[in-house]
Write a protein that binds this ligand. Structure first.
Ligand SMILES: [Zn+2]
Length: 406
């Protein structure tokens, strides 16, 4: 590494450590920011010499990154941004902190994929899905897909691992010469009714889909979720035992196995490591308190709310909604989510914007009760499971109440 990069790395690590010591989070954003101020090419310098995989998409990228890092770990040490700091400052900080590692697996905010590809020269890019996100900030889904498509067209050397079930992802990845397709299912279809190529309606039947006006259609996937396991490209089925709930996470595991396979890791080697991942920065964490078993599920946008309903047990469920800056200030997305799967269980609501949620639940005929605090919610439910589904800052508030559970 050039001297300037060595200095920048050292200062970056120190700043991150100071920030952690001051109790200001994990320090990865400030550490990366300072490092990049000193050496604007620091990310490229730190990535050089490592085999890099990038993971991007609207939902599931933090979990998939964690599972992929675990799987690639079969081969050696892996640097990864496990706290979800998924912009270049976070990548820089993660690589600086770990020192030299042969591998890196990085979660990338979908808006930054082009920039991070240019700087890290990845061997593999995994594309999970594209759906509507924070309304006041995110790009239109079709614009995001176009950005990915243009970026990948300029990098034919990259191996792409992409979701065959999402038409927007398929369209973005289809022109890459080295694409491996996985099928992890897609519960949310509202952002892919129309073909991004021709504007014609997309039809669906079973798991298949095709455009009614042009050749775009679902490619045949090499990695497929089936029952509680995954079929690999040779046709062998592997049981996937996870501590993480839901079919969504078996899909995330399939993606991790497909990415790791690009590095030469076999499923049979990776699977025991996947089964040891219990929670990711509080997501899926289970905490016992006052006889209640509390499970934390994070849901940030309409597609991830649907997935959370699928993961949650038939048990009392606390929903918490905020609309602070990291959440997006506009709560009209609540009307994109069908809350009716919650009708048959006791529902409690809280958070800064609980009353926006209250109106939505009333329209959706879901009975609920408002509580003023997490403690009040705990006292309101009988001993046993309490599912908690919250959006970003609401999730962090509840996590803090539970002593920053990981
Ligand atoms: Zn079409």
């Amino acid at each position: 590494m050039p001297l300037i990069a060595k200095v920048a790395t050292s200062v970056s690590k120190t700043a991150a450590a100071l920030s952690r010591a001051a109790g200001r989070g994990d320090g990865s954003v400030i550490g990366g920011w300072i490092g990049l101020k000193i050496d604007p090419d620091l990310l490229a310098h730190l990535a050089a010499g490592r085999a890099v995989a990038l993971v991007s998409g609207t939902n599931g990228k933090t979990t998939t990154t964690r599972l992929t890092a675990a799987a690639v770990g079969v081969l050696g040490r892996v640097a990864t941004n496990s706290f979800g700091a998924n912009m270049p400052t976070g990548h820089t900080s993660a690589l600086a902190k770990e020192g030299h590692t042969p591998f890196a697996v990085l979660e990338v905010d979908e808006h930054y994929l082009a920039q991070v590809i240019d700087q890290t020269r990845p061997k593999v890019v995994a594309l999970l899905n594209l759906s509507r996100d924070q309304l006041d900030r995110a790009k239109e889904v079709a614009m995001m897909a176009q950005l990915w498509k243009t970026t990948l067209a300029g990098h034919p050397d990259i191996r792409v691992v992409a979701n065959a079930d999402d038409p927007m992802v398929v369209w973005a990845a289809a022109s890459s010469p080295q694409t491996t397709w996985f099928s992890a299912g897609q519960r949310w279809h509202d952002d892919s009714f129309v073909c991004p190529e021709s504007g014609h309606p997309i039809e669906r039947s079973g798991g298949d889909w095709w455009c009614t006006g042009c050749p775009l259609r679902r490619p045949r996937p090499q990695w497929v979720v089936e029952d509680e396991g995954v079929i690999d490209p040779r046709g062998d089925w592997h049981l996937v035992k996870l501590q993480l709930p839901g079919r969504v996470n078996i899909g995330n595991a399939a993606t991790a196995l497909a990415v790791a396979a690009e590095f030469g890791v076999r499923p049979i080697e990776a699977l025991p490591r996947l089964s040891r991942v219990a929670s990711i920065a509080g997501r899926y964490a289970q905490v016992d308190r006052d006889g209640r078993n509390i499970r934390l599920l994070l849901a940030k946008n309409p597609a991830s709310w649907l997935e959370a309903f699928d993961m949650a047990d038939q048990a009392p469920t606390l929903l918490s909604i905020n609309a602070r800056d990291p959440d997006g200030l506009d709560t009209s997305w609540l009307y994109d989510v069908d809350f009716s799967p919650l009708r048959d269980r006791p529902v409690l609501i809280t958070g800064d914007r609980a009353f926006d949620l209250a109106v939505r639940l009333q329209v959706n005929h879901v009975p609920f009760r408002h509580v003023n605090s997490f403690d009040e919610a705990l006292r309101s439910v009988p001993p046993g499971r309490l599912e908690v589904i919250a959006n970003y800052t609401a999730f962090q508030d509840i996590r803090a109440e539970l002593d920053r559970v990981n």
